[in-house]
Write a new protein. Structure first.
Length: 167
């Protein structure tokens, strides 16, 4: 199973997972139009449930619908998901934490767990298995994630656009 940062987030049932890993992080519910934004929030490690029809308690409701009147609503205006990401983080005053980058499955919205290298043998390309020493796995769908050239490119792009700080 290869990891593609450009994979689209398929509409599935909303996944409100009790998240014991990062309980202090801001959590977001996104309406059905904002799947790409949900993926970007998950890349940064935020709990981003999608698709959602209405706000739930203690979570921001992110929508592009200007008619929504709710104190927890964040109404995004831009079309570019990275610009939307900037709007949401600004409105929630949420600061991405470097340690949470790629810590969540982009499809299931669940924190991934470190998995022994032997367990991903045959599931990732041989050259990836050779070069990478730390793999994470989604406990729900089994997708394997690792930090490689693709995640470096994503980080650089987010740094260039001012979403995450340079280190
Ligand atoms: Zn998953």
């Amino acid at each position: 199973m290869t990891y593609s940062p450009l994979v689209s987030v398929a509409p599935t049932m909303p996944n409100h997972i009790d998240d014991e890993t990062h309980p202090e992080e801001e959590a977001f519910d996104l309406d059905g139009m904002l799947g790409r934004l949900a993926k970007w929030l998950r890349i940064l490690g935020f709990d981003a449930a999608y698709p959602c029809k209405r706000p739930s308690e203690d979570r921001y409701f992110v929508t592009a619908n200007k008619k929504v009147r709710d104190p927890r609503a964040i109404i995004v205006k831009g079309n570019d998901p990275v610009e939307q990401l900037r709007e949401v983080l600004g409105a929630a005053q949420a600061i991405p934490r470097p340690g949470l980058f790629l810590s969540r499955c982009l499809i299931c919205n669940i924190p991934v767990r470190e998995v022994p290298r032997i367990r991903v043998l045959g599931r990732v390309a041989p050259q990836i298995h050779e070069a990478i020493h730390l793999f994470n796995e989604c406990p729900c769908c089994g997708r394997v994630y690792w930090e490689g050239s693709h995640s470096t490119r994503i980080k650089l792009m987010l740094e260039k656009r001012g979403i995450i700080g340079t280190h």
